[in-house]
Design a protein around this ligand. Structure first.
Ligand SMILES: Cc1cc2nc3c(=O)[nH]c(=O)nc-3n(C[C@H](O)[C@H](O)[C@H](O)COP(=O)(O)OP(=O)(O)OC[C@H]3O[C@@H](n4cnc5c(N)ncnc54)[C@H](O)[C@@H]3O)c2cc1C
Length: 309
């Protein structure tokens, strides 16, 4: 892992930096590249705009590791309202939540109850809830949450990270369920005893996990693979695999983040591929933004250029 990536990921959890950076005009300006705005209305507008180009979306409110039960309640009420508003406006959007936003650090039972409320509303509104994967210490609890919810509804999916050694086994354990799974490379700072330190190993594992989930025996009712990456050569190799193995279009979607590889997003849509763009919004953007910078050191130069006008 590069030194720059390590430094940015370490900075993502620094409260002193967060308090200063979020008040700095040039940082706020550079964040707007990855985020249409801080309010859900900004995200809904961006989603409607993408829908016009044949691109579907996922909305996620930024914020993690909440410290108070009332905050988890507010987040849950917020997402319930978002599900209602998506339904009322007819925008093609799902939602994605972090377990620690729903209170996982505070009380596991509370987090489960909050997630239950969201999946019940998603059932009513004909929608879908994704569970983000956070740092490796949360994987067991997040998988438990997912399995519990999947027993009640197929309107739920989970993100799994290709950089973790354990993910191959986790994928195998979820195949019999017919799970909707978003494969990502992984965005957190993890030690070498839990995650591949070399990018080439992460990329190789990513391909392996996706092809496993595209195999005929993994195609069960409710199963769906999200190929969530901006790595165009890797996505291209998976597209070749899909063509060669005649994988049905209903088995997978591509997924990318708002503002990243926009020209590639448009290309996929033009080619008639199913693409979902994850749109983040909210005031608590600092750790998330640091993770986006860490993914591509050139982004830091973009911030510096913004600073000088
Ligand atoms: C839909 C979606 C959901 C996600 N959910 C989660 C989650 O739940 N948990 C989690 O840990 N991670 C999540 N991630 C983030 C993911 O783990 C990676 O950190 C991120 O996607 C970068 O990896 P990559 O696959 O794009 O490949 P990389 O090899 O990192 O990047 C490939 C190329 O894409 C471009 N690129 C990548 N990132 C950026 C960027 N920030 N700015 C500009 N260009 C960039 C660059 O050209 C780069 O060379 C999600 C990503 C997506 C797309």
């Amino acid at each position: 892992m590069s030194l720059m990536r390590k430094m940015l990921l370490a900075a993502s959890t620094n409260a002193w930096l967060r308090d200063r950076a979020t008040k700095t005009a040039f940082v706020r300006r550079s964040v707007s590249r990855f985020m249409p705005g801080e309010q859900v209305d900004d995200a809904l507008r961006a989603a409607a705009e993408l829908n016009l180009h044949g691109i579907t979306t996922i909305l996620t409110k930024l914020g993690e590791n909440l410290m108070r039960v009332e905050e988890a309640e507010q987040v849950t009420l917020h997402y319930l309202d978002v599900l209602d508003r998506i339904s009322a406006t007819g925008v093609e959007a799902q939602i994605s939540v972090k377990p620690t936003q729903l209170g996982l650090d505070l009380d596991r039972a509370l987090c489960e109850r909050n997630l239950d409320r969201l999946i019940a509303r998603a059932e009513q509104r004909n929608n879908f809830v994704w569970i983000d994967m956070e740092a490796s210490t949360y994987v067991d609890a997040t998988l438990d949450l997912f399995r519990r919810s999947r027993a009640k509804t197929a309107r739920i999916g989970i993100a799994l990270q290709a950089y973790l050694y354990r993910t191959e086994k986790d994928v195998e354990s979820l195949v019999p369920l017919g799970a909707a799974i978003r494969i990502v490379k992984g965005a957190y700072l993890e030690p070498p005893d839990v995650a591949f330190p070399k990018k080439s190993d992460v990329d190789a594992n990513y391909y392996k996990l996706c092809t496993r989930l595209l195999a005929p025996d993994a195609r069960k009712p409710g199963a769906l693979l999200h190929i969530a990456t901006h790595d165009i050569p890797l996505a291209g190799r998976l597209a070749d695999y899909i063509t060669q193995h005649k994988v049905p279009a209903s088995a997978y979607e591509f997924a990318m983040l708002y503002g990243i590889q926009r020209n590639q997003q448009e290309r996929l849509a033009r080619e008639g591929k199913r693409l979902r763009v994850l749109i983040s919004y909210g005031e608590y953007w600092f750790p998330w933004y640091m993770r986006r910078l860490a993914e591509r050191p050139a982004n830091v130069w973009f911030v510096v250029r913004t600073m000088f006008g």
